[in-house]
Design a protein around this ligand. Sequence first.
Ligand code: 13P
Length: 340
Amino acid sequence: MDELEKTARALVAEGKGILAADESTGTIKKRLDSIGVESTEETRRAYRDLLFTTDGVEEFISGVILFDETIRQSGAEGTPFPKLLDTKGIIPGIKVDLGAKPLALAPGETITEGLDGLRVRFEEYRGLGARFAKWRGTYSIAADRPSEYCVWTNAHALARYAALCQEAGLVPIVEPEVLMDGTHTLAESAKATGRVLQALYTELHDQRVDFRGTLLKPNMVLSGYEAANRAGVDEVADATLDVLYRHVPAAVPGIVFLSGGQTDEDATAHLNAMNRRGPHPWQLSFSYGRALQAPALKAWVGKPENVEAAQRAFYHRAKLNGAARTGMYAPEMEREAVPA
Ligand code: 13P
């Protein structure tokens, strides 16, 4: 447990957070399609290589979540990605869930699959260099959703994963994501998020998971993306903290938010506002996918001559989120020249 707690704490070290680069083959195809690049094993490798070899990004990035294909791939010089990251002082992690599938007899709801054979897969991933893992459950908000059935089956699966993960000597990141699509209010988002977290911590406790060797990756509490009169930065920070204080044990070393389709600037501003209200019982950090990668993806568009510009854009985004870890971000920093 000491080792797990040490790893968990290193992942939320001051000024640092996690890069989620664990898009499944289907999701990364969507990202590459958006910049007109065909998704092949090589373009996926080249894109991840660009991110991982960005000079100095280890100042702000403590760990990277990899996908099954990526953990087996190598940088341009032939160094396997986990080794390449480790050499920079970045901790390699692995997404182990097999995706959210329709939940039987619950139209519109999902259950995350991937528990069968997971003990054996953990052994292999540990051998490949992974020191932490991630499992994501998803929930949507509507009149009768999320149902208790969806909340508790996903909590049970998340806890089964987390127990196996700790048994294998890896830190489980538990990711219950309440999706923010829809017209729901901030209060409805808070209520759903609270129910999901309460069930999750009940199951984690009952299944003997030691909170000290875990990290939580939740959504922030936002108004629905299609809602009228959406809440501003301060309201989001207050509502999110209120739910976390009610439902997340202080023994959890860190909370690493997902960005969940927020703009990169919103994701940074929200994290910053929460940290300005600190100190808190847990470190409040980031584990962003889209909100860290969007500017780099746009700058790259698949062209080797744009790799440097894309790396500068990624470095800058990571730096701003690093500043938000201590409440030192200001929107003016968005316009800082990205140094050549
Ligand atoms: P986003 O930050 O793009 O939501 O991705 C984080 C993630 O890992 C989702 O599972």
